[in-house]
Design a protein around this ligand. Structure first.
Ligand SMILES: *Cc1c(COP(=O)(O)O)cnc(C)c1O
Length: 519
């Protein structure tokens, strides 16, 4: 077992034994083992030479600190530390990233170039409106594109992620009900296949959550929906295409029944990539929908990176949109920020300032470089690629909903692993040894041992074939009974089966060794 210099095991017992070969130092190929920055023994160094302060330090009346308690590394040590860590991360720039529901598409470098233009990158949120006309115009044009693509009359740009957009949408719905004397509506209906953020958001706003059942073919059960609608229901939250990768074919009935019951229709638009340019959610009767700009309109995301979740709103909800928004006047563009005049019904704000400007620039660059026809092609190719995967793997794995094509993601269950002793988790871990990031596992919850694969439109046929070949080979190995290959996977990763549940439930956010270390 390799020990770090503070005695923390780097790897589980025996994990350096790989295919009969064990590295003497913990290195692997040309990849280096790397401890935490606090373990690097760099407390007395600094990468910069600071001049002696001119002012007399005694001005600080004895409040000077002897040490900053920060790790101190030279510039080359710092570079190496972070480059070594970066090599332990998977990236969409390395290979297909099949996480279902996450839309891990290639991020065009043109977006990055636009986002780094000084006029956008160096803006300060408190800069006067007269100095930010270009940024406001970009926000206005982005709003126009979002409204046009969704067929909705209003948009709130400021929410900073999909889940934040859900919160924004439900707060609009709550404000609209209260304004109409319908504040007694306390229930939100959510299908069993929903992303966890949907019920979490509803609960956060103070609503009770009631589940809607699913039909055997993976859609909302209309009869169950009808039975659960009533004048206690504030809204339904439906994802379309849903998290099983299927289009809700009764979507018009869903919105008709919902509206007839006096409730609003919130659509989780995280899967907009499957229908962008082809279907306008406004035509489906949607009242509010967030758009994950970082998914459909491409921004590097994952690992908590920045996101943006603008919310488009129907006419019925438009008046309740949170400030701010851009309006044009005789003296140029400005922002409506106060709850007066046209903003009188706004429920408030989602955040300080106006949202994630860097995401807005990327999304707008993406829209303009694709054009309306290109965005439609995005949806078509995303669906084509997912169906290619579904068709290529359906003879060795079991599609959860075999009948008919899927939308932008292919969902398999684990019944094909029955009797092999291999679980979904084992199979996913073995994928890492083959050079592929695992797909989304065990979600949606309605499918046993779910494996949800979303290739996106930016994968070539060659890469899809490489991926399918890897999965087919692994599937064959599992069926031949080589359980050890799976139980101990990944064999080749620098770290292996970490206790992710413990890490999530009891994170050590401030761990570091005694200061100063090793002196
Ligand atoms: C990604 C996703 C969300 C949440 O979006 P974030 O930007 O991660 O907050 C909600 N619903 C579905 C279906 C998603 O895929």
């Amino acid at each position: 077992m390799t020990m770090q210099n503070v005695g923390r095991p780097t790897r589980p017992e025996g994990s350096t034994e790989t295919a009969g070969f064990q590295s003497l130092t913990g290195g692997r190929g040309l990849l280096q083992d790397e401890p935490l920055i606090f373990e690097l023994d760099g407390w007395t160094k600094t990468g910069v030479d600071l001049p002696e302060p001119e002012a007399d330090a005694s001005d600080l009346a004895g409040l000077t600190r002897a040490g900053l308690e920060l790790p101190g590394l030279s510039e080359p040590e710092t570079m190496r530390h972070y480059v070594r860590l970066s090599q332990k991360n998977h990236a969409i720039d390395l290979a297909l990233y099949p996480l279902g529901s996450c839309t891990m598409k290639h991020n065009p470098r043109l977006n990055e170039k636009a986002a780094r233009m000084a006029g956008f990158a160096d803006l300060h949120p408190l800069a006067p409106v007269g100095a930010t006309q270009g940024a406001l115009e970009l926000m206005d044009r982005l709003s126009h594109w979002l409204k046009t693509l969704t067929g909705m009359p209003a948009v709130a740009l400021s929410p900073k992620a999909g889940a934040h957009g859900e919160l924004c949408g439900l707060l609009c719905i709550k404000a609209a009900h209260e304004a109409a004397g319908q504040g007694h509506r306390r229930t939100v209906l959510v299908p069993t296949s929903a992303h966890g953020t949907n019920p979490a958001t509803a609960a956060f706003v103070g609503y009770n959550v009631t589940e809607i059942a699913q039909t055997p073919d993976g859609r909302v059960d209309l009869a169950d929906l009808e039975a659960k609608l009533g004048d206690h229901v504030a809204a339904i939250m439906v994802t379309n295409p849903n998290t099983c990768g299927l289009f809700e074919r009764d979507i018009l009935d869903i919105s008709r029944l919902t509206h007839a019951a006096g409730a609003y229709f919130y659509c989780d638009g995280a899967n907009f990539n499957a229908i962008v340019g082809r279907v306008r959610p406004g035509d489906l009767g949607v009242d509010a929908m967030h758009i994950n700009l970082h998914k459909t309109f491409s921004t590097p995301h994952g690992g908590g990176g920045p996101g943006a979740g603008p919310v488009v709103l129907s006419q019925a909800l438009a008046a309740f949109a949170p400030a701010p928004w851009v309006v044009s006047g005789p003296d140029g563009l400005h922002l409506v920020e106060e709850a007066v005049d046209e903003a009188a019904s706004a429920f408030g704000r989602m955040s300080a300032f106006h949202g994630q400007m860097g995401m807005f620039v990327r999304a707008y660059a993406y829209m303009r470089s694709h054009g309306a026809d290109g965005l439609r092609q995005v949806a078509e190719d995303a669906v084509l690629n997912a169906n290619y995967i579904k068709a290529s793997l359906s003879d060795v794995m079991t599609p959860a909903f075999p009948d008919g094509p899927c939308m932008h993601e292919a969902l398999f269950d684990d019944s094909w692993l029955d009797g092999t002793g291999v679980t979904t988790l084992d199979f996913a871990k073995a994928m890492i040894d083959e050079g592929f990031h695992p797909m989304t596992m065990y979600f949606p919850l309605v499918v046993h041992g779910a494996m949800l694969i979303e290739p996106t439109e930016t994968e070539s046929k060659r890469e899809l074939d490489r991926f399918c070949h890897a999965l087919r080979s692994l599937a064959a190995t599992a069926k031949l009974g080589d359980v050890e290959r799976f139980k101990n996977a990944p064999h080749l990763a620098p770290l292996r089966r970490l206790d992710e549940t413990l890490a999530a439930r009891k994170p050590k956010l401030t761990w570091r060794p005694e200061f100063p270390a090793n002196q």
